[in-house]
Write a protein that binds this ligand. Sequence first.
Ligand SMILES: [Zn+2]
Length: 248
Amino acid sequence: MMSVNSVYQIQTYSSNKTKGRKPAVDPNVLFNILKEKKDEIFSDGKLVPVSNNIWTDISNKLQNKISPNSIYISIYHDRNNWKSELKKILGLLNTSASENGSIDDDESSSSSESVESEYCSSRELFEFELAYDKYRSILPRPVDYRNKGKTRKYNILKPHAWSDVINDEFLLIYKLPCSFVYKRAKVCFEASQSSKFITFEGKCKEETCGAILSGWSKEKPKEGEPLKISILTKNTIGKETQHTKNDH
Ligand SMILES: [Zn+2]
């Protein structure tokens, strides 16, 4: 049986969809929040990545009317000159190499070029909850890791089981045709602004698709509560033909 709480919200975003659409939130309200959070939006003069919790925090402040991904993208592209304005307030504009060059120069010329192509290739945010009993079945547990005679403790999700449990729930709800292969998940018990409780990565094993998946869970759930999971990946619904159904 499926659990009763199958009311899931899909927050989707792709840059070409929103053209001409009326904003769901007063831009001034959003910009005021951005000004409030400006110190957390930039790190070393650069925009923090889309996976940073700050984007979720801002989205929450807007009653989730705009997805964290969309907020990130709009700043990234300096829509409404917000990024420029924020950098001006923070005194970051001087860090740009040239005065007359585009303000984006410092970011687009370096590593975030790949970020741009990745995030603008319509990765969407998928959110769902893992019921407590399922979460409990993959509960993080400490393991000893021995290296050169020293023993350290790590927290890991239940080996082999975790990716199946999360993947099954994800595909049950969103029905993407992808066959994701997951890498090791990281678990951090002291989750803070800069670190999430759980993060994991995956990739669709179909060569014709190859969609990259980034997943995370911001906070450790309280006893008896579900685990909230966010996954950022390409929306491949309708791309079934890129995926062979015969699993070996
Ligand atoms: Zn795929």
